[in-house]
Design a protein around this ligand. Sequence first.
Ligand code: SIN
Length: 459
Amino acid sequence: MSEEIIVMNPATGEEVDRVKKESREDIERKIDKAHEMFKQYRKKNAHDRSALLVRWAELIRENKDEIAELITKENGKPLKEAAGEVEYACSYIDYYAEEGKRVYGRTIPQHEDDVRLVVTRQPIGVVAAITPWNFPVAMMARKAAPAVAAGCTFIVKPASETPLSAIRFLDLALEAGFEEGVIQYVTASGKDVGEVFSHSEKIMKLTFTGSTAVGKTLMEGAASTVKNITMELGGHAPLVVNKDADLDMAVEHAVATKFRNSGQTCVCANRFYVHEDVAEAFSQKFADRVKTLKVGNGLDEGVEVGPMINEDGYDKVMRHISDAKDKGGQVTAGGEGSKDAGYFIEPTVITGATDDMLIMNEETFGPVAPIQTFATLDEAIEKANDTEYGLAAYFFTESYRDGIRLQEGLDFGVLGWNNGKPSAAHIPFGGLKESGIGREGGPEGIEPYLETKITSMKI
Ligand code: SIN
């Protein structure tokens, strides 16, 4: 009997469904198919590829409620947020349906009379992707859409925690008219997929969203074939509230970034630095607002914060809370958790955070906001940058001078200035330092799926 992956509902601890766990041979077979299909698909013109993407997005929107419900059942995020994720995913498909038509080459003025120089772009080849459970369909769309828009074939391993919504999402690509072998998925162990994908000579591009530790292992494997890679890895986003910030606005945006997906995004604010002049006022307003957030099963009406994805995730967050308390942090909202049925943690605010706390140094991936104060902007920038991560950072200030200082001083790839929700399909998203390599979204997001050729012609 073949092995299975059991998909659990993190809000109830109950089984949602099972999918086949594919073997290494199954993965190889699918790579072969993608490799064969590439020879044909690369010849399809950009406008026809675009029309397929447009149809795919239409079908996803027609099936939005069903996909959103699947996301909520296997990931736990509130239904409204899940529906928002489906729309977010479609926005990448819409965007690259257009951007694929704008993959331009160029001519270069010749350096000799009888030479002509032409630069052309072509699809890189078979693309392999490994996607995370925190955005089961959106992270897939932002890899699949530019890949197939560019003329590549695409094979993805969805996270084992959340394969159901991903499978439904990808099946719709076939319904939209993509030939078999253009877009495929594999449901297998992460270790098997990582090893096969990263070493395969038939795969030209590996794109991964997930932890920095796994990303490093994949990069080592990819080195064996000098594979092109895109890595969207961990984060530890600082959120700076300057003394002149609009505090009501800062509170609303801080809630948006901190508690999106129950704090389980790579761009969630992980540590707050608040100017000492406004620390008390901000912390009070923020804690009062956090206490209003409704926690529960994402399928229930009005729920704003769902469960942690699994027991490991729950335990890590609870460890960060108790470590902070042991080191003198004061819990001013939440602080409790329960894993009796599902893995729920109250949205939590901790004041008096210090540099030695785990939460100020490690990615928490949970609904906890530690607040530390600062006296000068230089100090805030130095503390914010004191991390191996460089994905996202947020700052709140009404002063354009201080804003520019922060914008230029913070070493992060995605900055939100008075904005806790910077993500969008048309902007380049990605991190500095150990948060990754490459960008997804925007015109930059299709580049990694293209190769550049120069033809120097003697006439
Ligand atoms: C992530 O958590 O890596 C993605 C978040 C986003 O696209 O906003």
